[in-house]
Write a protein that binds this ligand. Structure first.
Ligand code: SF4
Length: 345
């Protein structure tokens, strides 16, 4: 059976024609699936019964099931554990900001990248998500909350640029005016630094925002917490970032997790200034999320302030990311990790 949600509009048109039907039905069907988010072909009221029957025979509508929900009492953040068709689970987070509702989506089941501060990688890598499974997280959460999502960040479980083709396809799916209609500029992709795919993404001509998880200012220190640093140096990474900025005209966000006694000194801040000088960049300072059995603890308030002020006074715009969902298992991968542990007991 074919997962019909996986078709882009062009692919769906081709498929409908292959069924011997008129191409324009593809637009109607696409709208039912991605905008109206229906779960049964019988709800496609402007599609003939004969075409609906053909679709039922060969295809199915993807449905992701929400199996656990944690709601923050502090700020309305909701964390979802979502089950996929093969019974693996991923996480998605719904967050309310004053500019609209935002969602953090997963791009893989597990992750190979092994960042030391991250719970998502602890249970290893299982598989890439399909484009429709990435989009499906938004559909499931919009249906659950009854709210429209206007911003999407690829910052959940997985390294988006390690699942390049499906992630790029998912951006196109999410972006279609006939579907969820979320503007590319409201979609942000976060990478730990898969350098060749930063170049590739720059050439795609998608207007999405790129975030780089930098977290350290020297290769020696970065290698200690991010294995990807063994493959690409900071210089190689920043060279790719400069190409991305030059090609797309888009600003890059650098994520910097502030970890107590690891990367949060004034000297680290001054090194960061040197690295980013001359780039159209923004630095997001994130007091690290303390994960179960993790060794890292978040920086002291005083150090966070000194770090931020050092960047800002040197002309590097930086902000401290508001901690959302601090009363739930908000760190990416924690809810899934708990689920795996419980099911293995
Ligand atoms: S931080 Fe991102 S890239 Fe690194 S292990 Fe976690 S999910 Fe993977």
């Amino acid at each position: 059976m074919i997962n019909i949600n996986e078709y882009t509009l062009d692919e769906l048109e081709e498929y409908i024609e292959m069924l011997g039907e008129k191409k324009f039905h593809a637009k109607q069907i696409f709208k039912w699936l991605h905008k109206e988010k229906i779960e049964s072909f019988d709800d496609m009221t402007d599609i003939s019964k004969s075409l609906r029957d053909k679709l039922k025979e060969q295809t199915y509508i993807l449905k992701l099931s929400i199996i656990n929900v944690q709601k923050s009492k502090k700020d309305g953040t909701i964390k979802f554990l979502i089950k996929l068709e093969d019974d693996t689970a991923i996480e998605s987070v719904f967050m309310k900001y004053n500019y609209g509702n935002s969602m953090c989506v997963s791009s893989q089941v597990g992750c190979k990248m092994g960042c030391k501060f991250c719970a998502s990688t602890k249970e290893g890598y299982v598989r890439n998500l399909l484009a429709s499974e990435i989009e499906g997280q938004i559909i499931a959460v919009e249906k659950y909350t009854g709210e429209r999502i206007s911003n999407v960040v690829y910052m959940g479980i997985g390294e988006p640029l390690d699942n390049y083709d499906n992630v790029v396809k998912s951006i196109r799916l999410i972006n279609y005016p006939l579907g969820l209609n979320i503007g590319a500029r409201h979609i942000s992709l976060s990478t730990c630094g898969v350098v060749p795919n930063i170049y590739k993404l720059a050439d795609e001509n998608i207007q999405s925002t790129l975030s780089i998880s930098l977290h350290c200012t020297t290769d020696i220190e970065r290698k200690k917490i991010m294995p990807i640093a063994n493959k690409y140096t900071i210089n190689e990474l920043l060279e790719a970032c400069r190409y991305y900025i030059k090609t797309t005209g888009r600003r890059i966000s650098f994520e910097y997790a502030l970890i107590n006694d690891v990367n949060d000194t004034k000297e680290d801040a001054l090194n960061l200034v040197k690295l980013l000088r001359g780039m159209i960049a923004h630095v997001n300072l994130i007091p690290v999320n303390e994960i179960k059995n993790g060794v890292y603890i978040k920086s002291k308030e005083k150090n966070i302030e000194i770090f931020m002020n050092t960047l800002n006074s040197s002309g590097i715009v930086s902000t401290v990311r508001r901690e959302l969902g601090s009363d739930i298992d908000a760190a990416c991968g924690q809810l899934r990790q708990k689920h795996i542990e419980e099911n293995n007991q």
